[in-house]
Write a protein that binds this ligand. Structure first.
Ligand code: SF4
Length: 258
């Protein structure tokens, strides 16, 4: 006999429906973060994050790798969000904090510090004392993927975590810096789900792109800023320079009233 939906047990952390079930039920960011780190909904990513954590990179052999989903980082009343792709295998997947412990994070935090949004120019570990002013860093995919490339299915499975995070920030959120085309494509449906009006056709990603989304209910107008991802390739080739990053952060901070 079929069991009614009302009496079905809630999905376990390794069920693909776990994020969609749990994320909207979290009353605050602390509760959300506690649920995110339990998630095992994507078998390929769970295997990868745990394999990397067990094998380690030689330079970090003394580290006790985090090896779990990485929650957002920054104050719960942030007016500006910075959204990337996913944690790095030996960065966030090692330290347990978004954009911490890898060259991309170093570059990003240098940029934030240069415009007064970070307390220090380095991000080396979760206990390094770094604080962000009015900024919350998050990602559409919370587990480190092989080759930094999540599949569309993994992106969609993980989407409810970011949607809930932005909805919880929502009443105060004024601006989002989106790092790279993957984050841009992933974020637009998340913002629509969270209650902002996304124009059609969907706005295209580009470095320096700016889009204004109308709010609704208790959501204010939101300004999106496109920025090249601070990947090692983009930084080493000069596609993204520190002055370029600072300019985006300066404009976004002004839009967010920071
Ligand atoms: Fe869960 Fe997201 Fe990690 Fe998939 S990527 S296991 S949905 S936290």
């Amino acid at each position: 006999m079929a069991t009614s939906a009302a009496t079905d047990p809630p999905p376990s952390p390794d069920d693909p429906l776990f994020p969609a079930h749990r994320a909207p039920r979290c009353a605050g960011l602390e509760a959300l973060d506690a649920e995110v780190i339990r998630c095992r909904a994507c078998p390929r990513l769970v295997n990868w994050r745990e394999q990397v954590a067990a094998e380690k990179r030689a330079a970090f052999r003394d580290w006790d790798y985090w090896g779990r989903p990485v929650p957002g980082f920054g104050p719960a009343d942030a007016a500006l969000a910075v959204v990337g792709i996913a944690p790095a295998a030996h960065g966030g997947n090692r330290t347990g904090r978004m954009f911490t412990g890898d060259p991309s994070g170093d570059f990003l935090v240098r940029g934030l510090h240069a415009v007064g949004l970070a307390s220090q120019p380095t991000a080396t570990g979760a206990d390094d004392g770094l604080t962000l002013r009015g900024v919350r860093m998050a990602a559409p995919v919370r587990c480190a993927p092989p080759q930094n490339k999540p599949t569309p299915g993994e992106r969609d499975t993980c989407r409810p975590w970011l949607a809930a995070e932005l909805a919880l920030l929502g009443p105060r959120l004024r601006a989002v810096v989106v790092l790279g085309a993957f984050g841009w494509q992933a974020l637009l449906p998340v913002l629509r789900d969270a209650g902002w009006e996304v124009p059609r056709p969907r706005p295209k990603f580009g470095h320096g792109a700016q889009v204004v989304l109308a709010g609704g209910g208790d959501l204010a107008e939101l300004r999106l800023f496109g920025c090249f991802h601070p990947s090692q390739r983009n930084v080493n080739t000069g596609r993204l320079t520190l002055p370029m990053l600072e300019e985006v952060f300066r404009d976004a901070a002004a839009a967010a009233g920071l």
